[in-house]
Design a protein around this ligand. Structure first.
Ligand SMILES: NC(=O)c1ccc[n+]([C@@H]2O[C@H](COP(=O)([O-])OP(=O)(O)OC[C@H]3O[C@@H](n4cnc5c(N)ncnc54)[C@H](O)[C@@H]3O)[C@@H](O)[C@H]2O)c1
Length: 580
């Protein structure tokens, strides 16, 4: 029976059969030979994920001073049921990743359809034809418990398998540039031996040309420029590999404006990536305790942060949101700890801050479930069987990447507490972490294993129509700063919900006016780091009580037969008195 790979929009693509591989290789040979005749370097990007798909297009878009394309790019992806659909989509000029950056789809379409410098394939034989291989496959870190990164391990299977395959196919002159974030030491102590052994088996005496240059891509509004117009670090296993890597990056990245840093050894490039992400994870985790302090002491953390940020030395202080998420920050520090022990063989425990930061970030979103429970309780509604709408599934604003998003944990914890969850996200069509939770991400890697009662979440579908999603909900959780949620009108939200609701603000999305309006409409509001909502609530309550006093006084006076002018005077007098 034919196996299919289904794209996020539901289009089904049959996986290629054995007989198609030969034809595919012939097609590649033909196109590569005519591209070589045009003087173009042939580059293969292995792994067409969030990084590889766009990196492939950036390389395919490279041109010389006269504006002529200098590279021909073959994007290579395993033909698995989960990922094969990316290949036919790219070959039509359609981006396999969705993003707010309009340059992503334009550039992929331009390179495939107009410049004809980009194609995608599934056959590893393509490796035989190329001058440069860029490795963009994942290197995971698997955590065995929630909130304890030390109890985990690097999962390098995909990376090791890729390197083995590469070494079995490439010419000895091919440069292999690893862009994957790896445990420091991997390029020299894992990749190099794998490739060298394979070369020797093939009778190749030359040492592999291997280098590392990590990605700093930010899938969002500046997706393309975060690859092309950004500083890079690189290092090769030997002088020739370093020189080749430098030449290549100078031709595809805007290194004139964003100079390249060349380090002595790949472990330094690998460590740079892990340190910069651990630094950011630590900054975010640091704010967690101050966020709780703010909630419990009437402080609005968003205003505190803005006040601090004006100091140039502190301008990168950040509001942490409901957990950190994304593919990188939750795992990269873990790769460092793991490498120290398992690649470099040390037994002592030098890492204190990095694991603590990751553990705090990994569990911060659980607090959102508590806030939701408390807000509903204040409204006299139990959390069990409450209808809760989560706004935002992805890990950061205006992207469709749901990997390790704080939102996933919010859904899981609230489900465990008996609530009924709905989700809206304009950038996410399928939330695979739930729909395919038995196999994604990876066998038994799903976060579902840390919670009970998760089976029904397989049926969770992402709603695209906000009005529909709001209908009949008891609570909304503003979980991501997508632009669609920044200016929601409280009256409309409550109108669409059909009555007062609990509103949980996880990301400083609501300004004080909106918070006040929600309270006026009979809603309950809570927020991460937003202790001042209590003050706003008290103000609204006092105002409401005053109005009630006014009304009852008016009624009394009417009973006394006072004229309407007298009543108005009296009520203004009351107001004045209270304002005094
Ligand atoms: N996503 C980000 O924002 C980001 C930012 C900076 C760095 N990185 C790093 O870049 C690397 C790649 O990340 P990503 O987000 O693109 O991951 P991803 O999971 O989206 O993509 C990896 C791709 O590689 C493919 N693949 C796996 N094994 C393969 C094989 N043997 N042959 C061909 N293809 C194979 C997978 O099917 C997948 O499409 C990671 O190390 C990550 O840490 C990611």
């Amino acid at each position: 029976m034919a196996e299919y790979s289904t794209s996020p929009t539901g289009e089904k693509f049959p996986l290629p059969g054995l007989e198609e591989y030969l034809k595919e290789f012939e097609r590649l040979e033909e196109v590569v030979s005519s591209e070589r005749a045009l003087g173009r370097e042939i580059v293969l990007v292995m792994g067409l994920g969030f990084v590889g798909a766009v990196m492939a297009a950036v390389v395919a878009d490279a041109k010389d001073k006269k504006g002529n394309p200098t590279k021909f790019v073959i994007g290579m992806q395993r033909p698995s049921t989960r990922s094969y659909w990316k290949i036919p989509l790219i070959n039509r000029g359609i981006s396999p990743v969705s993003s707010e950056d309009p340059e992503v789809p334009l550039m992929i379409s331009r390179c495939v359809n107009d410049k004809k410098t980009l194609i995608a394939t599934y056959t590893f034989d393509a490796l035989k034809l190329v001058d440069v291989v860029i490795v963009d496959v994942q290197c995971d870190y698997v955590k065995e418990s929630l909130g304890n990164v030390c109890d985990g391990r690097a999962d390098m299977d995909a990376l090791e398998e890729s390197l083995e395959i590469i070494a079995q196919h490439i010419s000895p002159q091919t440069l292999v540039l690893i862009e994957t974030t790896v445990a420091p030491g991997t390029t020299e102590q894992v990749a190099y031996p794998i490739m060298k052994k394979s070369f020797r088996k093939r009778g190749i005496e030359k040492d592999p040309l291997l280098a590392h240059s990590f990605e700093r891509v930010m899938p969002g509004r500046n997706y393309v420029s975060s690859i092309r117009d950004f500083w890079r670090v690189c290092s090769g296993v030997n002088e020739e590999a370093s020189r080749r890597a430098v030449n290549f990056l100078n031709e595809v990245i805007n290194t004139e404006k964003y100079p390249l840093t060349v380090l002595d050894r790949p472990i330094e490039s690998e460590t740079a990536k892990i340190v910069e992400n651990s630094f950011r994870a630590t900054l975010l985790a640091f704010m967690d305790e101050w966020s709780l302090f703010a909630e419990r002491n009437g402080v609005d953390l968003t205003k505190v942060i803005n006040a601090i940020r004006v100091r140039p030395t502190h301008s990168n202080i950040m509001f942490p949101g409901p957990g950190i998420g994304g593919y990188c920050l939750p795992k990269d520090g873990g790769l460092g700890l793991w490498a120290y022990r398992h690649i470099h063989g040390f037994e002592d425990d030098i890492f204190k801050i990095t694991p603590l930061a990751i553990n705090i970030n990994d569990t911060r979103s659980l607090h959102v479930a508590q806030l939701t429970r408390d807000a509903l309780r204040n409204m006299g509604r139990p959390i069990a069987s409450a209808e809760i709408l989560l706004l935002g599934a992805s890990y950061r604003e205006d992207v469709g990447d749901t990997r390790y998003s704080g939102s996933e944990l919010i859904v899981r914890r609230l489900t465990e507490m008996g609530a009924e969850l709905r989700v809206h996200d304009p950038y996410v069509l399928h939330w695979w972490e739930f729909e395919k939770q038995d196999e994604y991400p990876g066998d038994s890697h799903s976060l579902k294993r840390f919670f009970r009662g998760q089976e029904k979440l397989k049926d969770l579908r992402v709603e695209q129509d906000l009005k529909n999603a709001l209908d009949g909900t008891d609570a909304i959780i503003l979980a991501v700063r997508h632009k669609h949620y920044l200016n929601l009108d409280p009256d409309e939200v409550v109108g669409n919900a059909g009555g007062p609701i609990a509103v949980i603000d996880c990301f400083g999305i609501l300004d004080d006016e909106k918070i006040k309006r929600y309270f006026e409409l009979g809603c309950e509001v809570k927020g991460l780091g937003r202790g001042h909502v209590r003050r706003i609530k008290d103000q609204v309550r006092e105002k409401r009580e005053q109005i009630l006093i006014d009304i009852s006084m008016k009624e009394e006076k009417r009973d006394l037969g006072l004229s309407s002018e007298d009543l108005e005077l009296l009520s203004n007098g009351c107001k004045l008195r209270t304002e005094d």
